[in-house]
Design a protein around this ligand. Structure first.
Ligand SMILES: [Zn+2]
Length: 146
């Protein structure tokens, strides 16, 4: 049996490399992130969560939305280990994840995970939000191993 690959610490992509754009449907998410509040788009009529946010609820077609403050914890649904910085191709270990957001059934978020070695990231791993300043004074939710 071969030895498992050792990647080392899972880093976050540097915030100064990350820019976002917002629109009226997504801006409440990013404004909450600036306050270090994790939220998700929830239908104001039937309670269905949807991420990314969209103008109409796919369940009941309502345009009413709520942005509840969530616990800030999540569970890794899927991940990949990357070993090059996408900006310049330099060696750089980071782990993009898709997480299931606690308190928002059905809502998932893309992020990076840190706080452990990349080879230790696994599906079902519990994580908690970590706020990363990015371009233009926005703040990005990433996650850290609990
Ligand atoms: Zn609905």
């Amino acid at each position: 049996m071969s030895e498992p690959i050792k990647y080392g610490p899972a880093l976050l992509l540097p915030g100064d490399q990350i820019g976002i754009t917002t629109n009226p449907n997504t801006e409440p998410f990013w404004l909450a992130a600036k306050e270090h509040r994790l939220t998700a788009c929830q239908c104001g009529k039937c309670g269905h969560f949807r991420m990314p946010p969209s103008p109409y609820c796919p369940e009941c077609s309502s345009q009413e939305v709520d942005w509840p403050t969530l616990p800030g914890t999540a569970t890794v649904f899927s991940f990949a280990v990357c070993n090059k910085n996408p900006k310049d191709g330099a060696d750089y270990i980071y782990v993009p994840v898709v997480v299931d957001i606690d308190g928002a059934p059905g809502a998932r978020l893309n992020a990076n995970v840190t706080g452990c070695d990349a080879e230790d990231v696994h599906i079902g791993m519990k994580v908690t939000v970590e706020w990363t300043p990015i371009q233009d004074d926005w703040v990005l939710p990433n996650f850290r191993k609990v």
